[in-house]
Design a protein around this ligand. Structure first.
Ligand code: AMP
Length: 215
């Protein structure tokens, strides 16, 4: 059982790598972005509060996000190990996570910083889309399905793009990353749990490195 955090700017590959670790190691992917999108779609109070902030590429309030993570960590499947994807994003969230893990007798095994070049992130994000059925990720230029319009994994022809994956919002998301989230690299380095993984290369190769860290 391993609990991991994936750190990195939008487009670094956190979601893609988390899905691979889920498949290979049975870890649970805890993506606060996914949970918030579900809350927005369901029209919950948290979703209503988060909707506009997400559309603008800003950060949803720490209180809302921490409450969502707290609830998710109460579900029994987290005993298999958790990959935190997109959380924590602020030092306040990291401190809250330390406390949550402590209260739930869970430990943090590693924090992986996916090291990428900002300039490439806009192109990566602007062209990405996913299978609407199984969630497999694709990209207009970098990863197209073998058969046009058909998911390689599940055969579905339903695809979706995120509303916030446009150039204007991406710029704000990158700004928020550098202002609020990048300081977490030092936060976790000081705790001795940080591992830096170069993440501009081949997806499978990066996956192998993460898999070794996940044990
Ligand atoms: P993501 O799917 O991780 O790219 O997140 C999409 C959007 O959800 C972000 O741009 C934020 O508006 C919001 N969000 C996701 N995770 C967090 C978090 N940990 N703290 C604050 N906002 C978040």
């Amino acid at each position: 059982m391993t609990n991991l955090i994936l750190l990195g700017p939008p487009g670094a590959g956190k979601g893609t790598q988390a899905r691979m670790l889920t498949d290979q190691h049975g870890l649970v992917q805890l993506s606060t972005g996914d949970l918030l999108r579900e809350a927005v779609a369901a029209g919950t109070q948290a979703g209503k509060a988060a909707k506009e902030v997400m559309q603008a590429g800003g950060l949803v309030s720490d209180d809302i996000v921490i409450a969502i993570v707290n609830d998710r960590l109460d579900q029994p499947d987290v005993a298999n190990g958790v990959i935190f994807d997109g959380f924590p994003r602020t030092v306040a969230q990291a401190e809250a996570l330390d406390e949550l893990l402590d209260n739930k007798s869970m430990q943090l095994d590693a924090v992986v910083s996916l090291e990428v070049e900002d300039a490439a992130m806009i192109d990566r994000i602007s062209g990405r889309y996913t299978c609407g059925d199984c969630g497999e990720g694709y990209h207009d230029t970098f990863k197209v399905p073998a058969k046009d319009g058909v998911c390689d994994q599940c055969g579905s022809s339903e695809f979706k793009r995120r509303a916030d994956d446009n150039a204007a919002t991406v710029a704000e998301r990158l700004r928020a990353y550098h202002a609020e989230t990048a300081p977490l690299i030092n936060y976790y380095d000081a705790k001795g749990v940080l591992k830096r993984v170069p993440a501009m290369g081949d997806i499978a190769e990066i996956g192998n490195q993460l898999s070794a860290i996940a044990g």
